[in-house]
Design a protein around this ligand. Structure first.
Ligand SMILES: Cc1cc2nc3c(=O)[nH]c(=O)nc-3n(C[C@H](O)[C@H](O)[C@H](O)COP(=O)(O)OP(=O)(O)OC[C@H]3O[C@@H](n4cnc5c(N)ncnc54)[C@H](O)[C@@H]3O)c2cc1C
Length: 384
């Protein structure tokens, strides 16, 4: 009987590493429907800036990871069912038993409901294989239409601009990074990207994409038509919950887990982008690393509930870097602009008692290590 992990993203591999440290001889099986290469997903949106192909971003092959982790890693293998009572998973028709099972399934890019005959030229990039396909499609092209002005859309807009593409970005809300930043900081990042050459279409959505010669024509909700070579859609991620739901596990936005990362079924845990931990879906690296460390201990017999200190998110827009300790919809308080010097912004989010709940730094403030450390100490944690 073994520990079985489904997923070889940062969640699956980090957990495997932490668990192996505590269990030098335990049996470990890792299943993935992709090729199992180890890579750092955040690097996908820096590929053009750093001149890296998908192959160059891959740090290890699945075989190298198997040796390092002393694990049986099954690649191109899709888990289609979990039987929580029998403690088995079905993998491409085979049935495999587990002692403990960890779902590290990640999230699916949200697909915009688009009309038109040009959808084959609309790409999403959420893993190394997507990235390779996108780079291949973009080779020799000059212009990209980016749908979505959130973290991933802005990072790709900056990266593609650095790669020499002309970029148009569509964002239905009237500013970039609306879910992460106060208005003034959004404007700083938007201005910097505009100076880099990004053209924005705010307050509209894309309705349809049509083939037009070798490129596309996108129809916006205000009737305007814009033209480009290909489209990159970055309008958000949905935790992969279907497998868990079919197995009778409790799901909400993500797979519901408690602070031990335990699902509603015995001996099944969830971690990373697919998990909703005590009500929070945090699709970032630091939360999953904290989760991997805690879960490895729990799986080794030392129950370790997770707590999250504040984990600031960096937005990799080098033209105007951003560090933000985001605020969530249930947090009561207000943004205060502390300092503004051009696109360099320091803004603090405080509650009625003056306690710091979040902060947003752009430009030179985002690179100020002492300031980030000081604010990091003051701000209240997310799950404490
Ligand atoms: C472009 C980009 C930039 C980012 N930048 C940052 C950043 O700067 N900072 C930050 O903190 N976060 C960033 N993030 C988010 C961060 O990368 C993710 O939170 C993290 O990588 C998610 O890891 P994961 O292991 O949960 O999911 P994934 O990496 O998606 O892994 C999911 C795994 O599950 C497998 N799988 C799924 N279903 C099945 C099945 N049925 N059977 C078998 N295998 C299955 C997949 O094959 C895959 O191996 C970024 C994300 C993107 C897309």
């Amino acid at each position: 009987m073994a520990l079985v992990i489904i997923g070889t993203g940062l969640a699956g591999y980090n957990l495997a590493r932490e668990w192996r440290k505590l269990n030098p001889a335990g049996e470990l099986v890792i299943i993935t429907r992709d090729d199992g290469r180890n890579y750092s997903k955040p690097m996908l949106s820096t590929g053009y800036t750093k001149g890296k192909t998908a192959d160059a971003l891959a740090m290890q092959t699945a075989a190298q990871m198997a040796e390092q982790l002393k694990a049986d890693i099954r690649t191109s293998a899709s888990v289609s069912a979990i039987d929580a009572a029998a403690k088995t998973v079905t993998v491409d028709g085979d049935v495999l038993s587990y002692d403990k099972l960890v779902l590290a399934l990640g999230a699916d890019p949200f697909q915009p409901p688009l009309a038109g005959d040009g959808l084959a030229r609309v790409y999403t990039v959420n893993d190394l294989m997507d990235y390779a396909k996108f780079q291949q499609a973009a080779a020799g092209k000059k212009s990209v239409i980016v749908i979505g002005g959130g973290l991933i859309g802005c990072e790709y807009a900056n990266d593609l601009s650095n790669g020499g593409f002309s970029v148009q970005l569509i964002e239905p809300v009237g500013r970039v990074l609306p879910a992460l930043l106060p208005v003034v900081a959004s404007h700083a990042v938007g201005n910097a990207l505009a100076d880099l050459g990004v053209t924005f279409h705010f307050g509209v959505s894309v309705q349809a994409v049509y083939n037009e010669g070798d490129g596309v024509r996108a129809v916006l909700s205000d009737g305007k038509e814009i033209h480009g070579d290909i489209v990159l859609s970055a309008i958000g991620l949905r935790p992969r919950v279907a497998l868990a739901k079919e197995a009778g596990l409790m799901v909400n936005r993500g797979i519901v887990v408690d602070r031990l990362l335990a699902t509603s079924q015995p001996d099944i845990y969830a971690l990373g982008d697919c998990a909703e931990v005590d009500g929070l879906v945090l699709p970032y690296v630091l939360p999953l690393m904290a989760g991997a460390r805690a879960l490895a201990k729990t799986l080794s017999g030392q129950e370790s509930p997770i707590s999250y200190p504040v984990m600031p998110v960096q937005v990799k827009t080098p033209i105007c870097p951003v560090v933000v300790a985001p605020v969530f919809p249930n947090m009561q308080g207000e943004w205060h602009l502390e300092t503004q010097d051009g696109n360099n912004i320091k803004a603090l989010f405080k509650n009625g008692e003056g306690q710091l709940l979040g902060f947003a730094l752009t430009g030179s403030f985002a690179s100020d290590a002492a300031l980030k450390a000081e604010l990091g100490k003051l701000v209240l944690g997310w799950l404490v």
